[in-house]
Write a protein that binds this ligand. Structure first.
Ligand SMILES: NC(=O)C1=CN([C@@H]2O[C@H](COP(=O)(O)OP(=O)(O)OC[C@H]3O[C@@H](n4cnc5c(N)ncnc54)[C@H](OP(=O)(O)O)[C@@H]3O)[C@@H](O)[C@H]2O)C=CC1
Ligand SMILES: O=C(O)C1=N[C@H](C(=O)O)C[C@H](O)C1
Length: 277
């Protein structure tokens, strides 16, 4: 992907988290991106420290701060890997009439939103350029297109089940990626995911309904992110799967998305728009 040689100023929300650190490292390696703001939670013990050092690299002259409004005056685009409340607060400030700062674009990878929170967050896209994805890896973006194609072509008679495994520190389930793949499967089959999803199973569940889309969640160790979509008929089964080996794959995808988004008009975008799937 080309970036027409200009330098884009980037702010990161969730700067001292696992993904925040990975994004800061990715920015440091990119010739057309510059970190200009690093925001974390008010209670963080890292406040005031240099963002480059906190991310495990060398000093870059940007201190970690809890001042989101100042950060939004210092960047062209905000990359968010934090928590649902923090992400929604940032989107509301950006979209609000009181915001006159330079930033009018936000890339968000935060997961774990309720349906109500999803709607509140995405409403910001009426005023700003907002790109969100449950997974910024090119591989998962391709996988979601493959899942949609397979479920569309195979049609009924193939049961859809989605399995995910993540590290022991993850706080939400099912993962944003599992839900994204569920949306793709539902779209291909012509279903509404909110009507079809079975997010977990326990006890006397009864038999499976034809249009169920089942989810299963595993947590353990340092697993970066593994997903499987199983399509099972009575005679055979297809397994479409993806494994992320390193968080840098998400960080680089989010950064490419941010460099793409700054040139887009306001609206809601996904990784599939960035990669042309
Ligand atoms: N879409 C994708 O490709 C990917 C998405 N994710 C998602 O990104 C999110 C973050 O993941 P990860 O980095 O592993 O989690 P971490 O817990 O390591 O990081 C989250 C960071 O956000 C900070 N934070 C919390 N509240 C606020 C706030 N109000 N303002 C500013 N910062 C805040 C936390 O600070 P503190 O610790 O002090 O609370 C922490 O530094 C999760 O939702 C995860 O699912 C993760 C990987 C890839
Ligand atoms: O929390 C994580 O780590 C990840 N979260 C995202 C998700 O919820 O799918 C993406 C990735 O799988 C890692």
């Amino acid at each position: 992907m080309t970036h027409n040689g200009k330098t884009t100023n980037i702010g990161i929300l969730g700067a001292d988290g696992r993904m925040g650190a990975a994004v800061i490292r990715a920015i440091a390696e990119h010739p057309n991106a510059r970190l200009t703001a690093a925001v974390t939670a008010p209670q963080s013990t890292e406040l005031g420290r240099d963002a480059g050092v906190v991310s495990g690299g060398s000093e870059i002259g940007v201190s970690l701060s809890a001042d989101l409004k100042s950060a939004l005056n210092a960047c062209d685009v905000l990359i968010d890997f934090s928590a649902p409340k923090a992400a929604i607060d940032a989107a509301l400030i950006l979209a609000g009439t009181g915001h006159s700062g330079r930033c009018h674009a936000m890339v968000s990878g935060t997961t774990g939103f309720t349906k109500t929170e999803d709607a509140a967050f995405e409403a910001a896209a009426n005023e700003i350029s907002l790109l969100r994805s449950g997974n910024f890896s090119p591989g998962v973006t391709a996988l979601s297109a493959l899942v949609e194609l397979a479920t569309e072509k195979l049609g009924r008679g193939w049961d859809i089940e989605i399995l995910e495994m993540h590290h022991r520190h993850k706080v939400d389930a099912p993962s944003g990626t599992a839900l994204l793949l569920g949306e793709a499967a539902a779209k291909g089959r012509g279903l509404d995911l909110s009507q079809s999803q079975v997010l977990s199973r326990e006890g006397m569940t009864g038999t499976r309904r034809d249009d169920d889309i089942g989810f299963a969640t595993l947590r353990g160790g340092g697993v970066v992110g593994s997903h499987e979509v199983r399509l099972a008929s009575s005679l055979e089964m297809i397994t479409l799967s993806h494994d992320a080996f390193d968080r840098s794959v998400f960080a680089r995808g989010a950064l490419s998305s941010a460099l793409w988004l700054v040139d887009q008009p306001k609206g809601l975008y996904s990784m599939r728009d960035v990669l042309g799937f």
